[in-house]
Design a protein around this ligand. Structure first.
Ligand code: MD3
Ligand code: FE
Length: 219
């Protein structure tokens, strides 16, 4: 066996667990090897619940397209932001969380020091070039002590990461690429965050888009 086979180049440059802040860690390439399997599971979910651009309580259509799996799904319409057990448009429950999703979320949380993480909701976001997500906090979950695990697939993105105190605090810019996983818990759980407009590009597995999975303990 050659040295190149023993140690992939990235193993030298990228520590597997990169602390970002108290409670937040970046696991570079954590799901790179399972990406095709995860994307097949995404396609099965999309066959049940197609990508949709939801409407905010203020009446704006979001530019990010979303779908959902798990016992609860994050939802938005004129009535507000909330988690719901059934799709308000069809009355059907969301597709179950695939086993591969459940185990990767648990393994990532464990790497970050959160034992026995069992998410009940997965929000799937799809970004096309130009799509952005403005700064917000995720606070619709009942248990804010549980972390959020996010998985990036497809085109790279610049993640904007502010403070928990003020939306106006200048966010850090963190480049997230295909296969990266970030765990956000503890003091980082209520940080303002968003995604800068996606750059043009084509990814060999997703085409001209980025797909992000966020696992949550919502109920
Ligand atoms: C930091 N999604 O769905 S994932 C969202 O890339 C959302 O699609 C982004 O923000 C995306 O709500 C970012 C990373 C993320 C998710 C939740 C967080 C970072 C977070 C909650 C608290 C702090
Ligand atoms: Fe968020």
């Amino acid at each position: 066996m050659t040295t190149a086979e023993l140690f992939a180049a990235e193993d030298f440059n990228e520590p597997p667990v990169e602390p970002l802040a108290p409670g937040a860690v970046l696991l570079r390439g954590f799901v790179r090897a399972q990406a095709s399997e995860l994307l097949a599971a995404v396609e099965a979910i999309v066959a049940e619940v197609p990508w949709r651009r939801l409407v905010t309580p203020g009446g704006q259509r979001m530019s990010v397209a979303m779908t959902h799996c798990g016992t609860l799904g994050w939802f938005s319409d004129r009535r507000g932001y909330r988690y719901v057990a059934a799709d308000p448009h069809t009355g059907r429950t969301w597709p179950p969380m695939p086993a591969a999703f459940m185990s990767l979320a648990g393994a990532a949380a464990a790497e970050a020091g959160f034992a026995a993480y069992v998410p009940d909701a997965c929000l799937l976001n799809r970004y096309e070039p130009g799509t952005r997500l403005s700064l917000h906090q995720d606070r619709d979950e009942r248990d804010l002590g549980a972390p959020i695990v996010s998985v990036s697939l497809g085109l790279p993105a610049v993640f904007l990461w502010g403070t928990p105190q003020r939306r106006s605090d200048t966010p850090r810019r963190i480049r997230l690429v295909h296969g990266d996983v970030v765990v956000w818990g503890g003091p980082s759980r209520l940080a303002f965050h968003g995604v800068a407009p996606l750059a043009q590009g084509v990814h060999e597995l997703t085409g001209a888009c980025r797909i992000n999975l966020t696992f949550r303990r919502a109920g």
